[in-house]
Ligand binder design. Structure first.
Ligand code: 3H9
Length: 693
């Protein structure tokens, strides 16, 4: 038997344990070991039944995701599952931790299942661009019915032990896992219970009204636009309700193969690993221990400050918000309360949960009251002088050992740190708006930030349920530095011949939640204008249209007019804007032309890739996949395209370089290719070759 699976008798029950840390994924060694173990079970005169359990912290978390796209080494999972279901001796799955994907599918093939109270089960394949491909789509509906199965399989959400028991996914909750499962198996043997095969159940899947699927499909389509896997998932659940088991399995296999071979699968699995990789900092080893954060303070009760504070309260960390004036503090606290109340009204949380969170948030007008916090996050106006004043003050009041973080989205962390005598404790923690919702935390390392400080904010990111990634210090860091070229080209396209709604449509069809002009209207055209004024740099041609909108008082959604005219949040093309754009082109002597969707897409997206390459070369990003994580979790780049760098690599870096060179010829030096991109193309290599350290 392979090392990954052990076989041991407890009385007359064989306990088969899977040992494949960290999550007992169903790698080749596990499948082979299971095959051997179940052969042994059926040949063993000393065993009447088996208990299948995961060693370590969990049952099986699914197929080994690293094996996808590679040749499959026999035995395949199906072969092992067929063998298990056909076993003459009963098999009881003993579940703890997370039984996920292929792991739950293994459990569903066992004749019975027991689990501990902290168990979570789910079929999260959809999040990897897949569907459960080892019978889960056919077996789960037979246990829980089409509605719950469709909900679980199309969202990938987990359920706990209690609903799992109530809905028949497990048969008993046990206190002590292995002894409880062994006792269950002994009972099954003693009672001579006939083997219960989920594949043979029909009650829950017969006579399902076809209208159920029609309606479900229509709703789902609206929610998952762009993603292929959820619709395929639903089709398999429908197959479970309309076809005999064996035929349903064939349908599952066919649709699984389609997804497996689709670029969305590769992109979503890339993001799965990229997210985990982003937490690893090459020069910070396990010997660097993050500090424990038991209390927090936030400077500024504006939209960002309030959202940041909610993150702490949501995970049970008390947080004080400091403002300069009572009225601003009251306003900020009221917004927080309202946000929580909206969540309760929507049903996404309970009153008790928000009461607890609100009890952890308090306000103050005095710096003296925040000095004992373990971390303080400054979220004041994006202005260097103001930030330096705040940090000078924080240096005076914060206890030694506290982390001094700035939520700046662009500014120089080293200059901010220079306002203190403890630059090692200063770091950037860039949250994204709305800060209580967006998953990304872009941490920014200053030249003096200590390893302990970095490790602490990376760990904190996970604790507050964000996806943390680390950037180096430069204007705009990773995310906003890249974004500049995207918005600039979008604006140039207007001058050359496109309309805002043309550009936005192409970007939304590509998969972002909104295009650059819809975004501009939402963020406020006045905000962009003020930032440009603040910089004091001479006006640039591509900003001319935005400046004119500002001059007309068209600030975006808030004035019900910007690039679009609005009825509430609903924007429609406006002939006034159309004329303004055409006039502006004429003013610059530009003869407008028809611009293809393809050009719009490349002109907007390729600057992300080109600047991304530059950032990678400079070491501002540790690895290209960190850039992808930042764009997917912070900027709404579609996960099914894997982030801008992955998208570029899938397209081919040679093609990307060719297009950038073409645009350089047409538009000049702003399109100069990043040297790294040229180098990788010359060497016929991918981004991985650019990894530093
Ligand atoms: C499937 O099952 C298909 C079948 O239907 C059909 C087959 C025919 N494989 O997340 P963590 C690694 S598809 C390989 O940091 P946590 C992970 O990369 C699969 N590796 O821990 C990390 O490695 P490293 C369906 C995996 O405690 C380490 O384990 N299943 C896998 O925060 C620790 O992970 C899923 O989609 C895997 N399946 O969360 C479940 N899973 O240390 C995916 C994890 O080198 N997994 N790793 O960075 C998860 O959701 C979380 O990892 C889990 C633990 C909740 C299990």
């Amino acid at each position: 038997m392979s090392d990954a699976v052990s076989y041991e008798l407890k009385g007359r029950i064989a306990v088969i344990t899977i040992n494949n840390p960290p999550v007992n994924a169903l790698s080749h060694g596990v499948r082979k070991g299971m095959q051997d173990a179940f052969n042994k079970l059926n040949a063993d005169p000393g065993a009447d039944a088996a208990v299948l359990v995961g060693g370590g912290r969990t049952f099986i978390a699914g197929a080994d995701i690293r094996e996808f796209g590679k040749p499959m080494q026999a035995p395949g999972l199906h072969e092992v599952l067929d063998q298990m279901e056909a076993s003459k001796k009963p098999i009881v799955a003993a579940l703890h931790g997370t039984a996920l994907g292929g792991g739950l599918e293994v459990a569903l093939t066992c004749h019975w299942r027991v689990g501990v109270a902290s168990l979570q089960v789910g079929l999260p394949e959809v999040k990897l661009g897949l569907l459960p491909g080892a019978g889960g789509t056919q077996r789960l509906p037979r246990l829980v019915g089409p509605k719950m199965a469709a909900d679980m399989i199309t969202t990938g959400n987990f359920i706990g032990a209690k609903p799992a028991l109530e809905n028949g996914v497990i048969d008993e909750i046990v206190t002590d896992l292995v002894p409880g499962a062994v006792a269950f198996a002994e009972k099954v043997v003693a009672e001579k219970r006939p083997l219960r095969k989920v594949s043979e159940l029909t009650d829950k899947v017969k006579n399902v009204d076809p209208k159920f699927f029609e309606e479900y499909r229509a709703n789902l389509k609206k929610k998952v636009k762009g993603f292929l896997a959820p619709m395929h998932c639903l089709a398999t659940v429908e197959a479970a309700c309309t076809l005999p088991f064996a035929e349903g399995m064939k349908r599952e296999a066919a649709l699984f193969k389609e997804l497996h071979d689709h670029p969305q699968r590769a992109a979503q699995i890339h993001i799965f690993f990229a997210e985990r990789e982003a937490g690893k900092i090459p020069d910070i080893g396990p010997e660097v221990k993050p500090k424990e954060i038991k209390s927090a303070a936030v400077i500024g009760a504006g939209t960002m400050g309030g959202g940041i504070a909610m993150n702490f309260a949501n995970v049970g960390i008390p947080v004080k918000i400091l403002e300069m004036e009572q009225a601003a503090l009251d306003r900020g606290l009221a917004v927080i309360r309202k946000n929580y109340e909206t969540s309760v009204a929507r049903g996404s949380t309970t009153q008790a949960t928000i009461d607890k969170a609100l009890s952890l948030i308090s306000g103050t007008l005095s710096y003296d009251e925040i000095g004992q916090a373990d971390i303080v996050i400054e979220a004041v106006f994006e202005n260097m002088d103001i930030k330096k004043q705040v940090f000078g003050k924080l240096d005076q009041v914060m206890k030694q050992g506290a982390i001094l973080a700035s939520n700046t989205s662009t500014l120089d962390i080293d200059e901010i740190a220079s306002a203190t005598k403890r630059p090692e404790a200063v770091i950037g923690t860039h949250f994204f708006s709305p800060a209580n919702v967006m998953r990304l935390l872009e941490n920014v390392r200053g030249k003096d930030s200590s390893k302990e400080t970095i490790a602490t904010v990376m760990e904190l990111g996970k604790k507050i349920r964000k996806v943390p990634a680390l950037a180096g210090n430069c204007f705009g860091f990773i995310g906003n530095r890249m974004l500049h070229g995207y918005t600039r080209e979008a604006a140039e396209l207007l001058l050359e011949g496109a309309m805002p709604w043309d550009v936005d449509r192409v970007i939304v069809e590509f998969g972002l939640p909104m295009g650059p002009f819809q975004m501009g209207d939402l963020a406020g055209i006045d905000v962009g204008w003020r930032v440009r004024q603040g910089k004091g740099t001479p006006p640039e041609k591509h900003n001319r249209i935005a400046d004119r909108l500002y001059e007309l008082g068209r600030y975006g959604q808030k004035t019900q007019a910007g690039y679009y005219k609005y009825d509430g949040r609903n924007g429609t093309p406006d002939p006034v804007v159309e004329k303004l754009i055409v006039d502006t082109s004429a003013e610059f002597g530009i003869s407008r032309r028809k611009i293809s969707d393809e050009e719009i897409l490349y002109r907007c997206m390729l600057p992300l890739v080109n600047v991304g390459a530059q950032i990678l070369d400079e070491g501002i990003a540790i690895r290209s996949s960190d850039i992808d994580v930042i764009y997917v979790y912070g900027y709404g780049f579609p996960a099914y395209r894997g982030g801008p760098m992955f998208w570029a690599e899938q397209m081919g870096l040679e093609k990307v370089l060719g297009l950038i060179r073409k645009y350089e010829q047409e538009h000049g030096s702003r399109w100069k290719p990043a040297p790294l991109l040229q180098k990788l193309v010359d060497e016929k290599k991918g981004w991985a070759a650019a990894k530093k350290a």
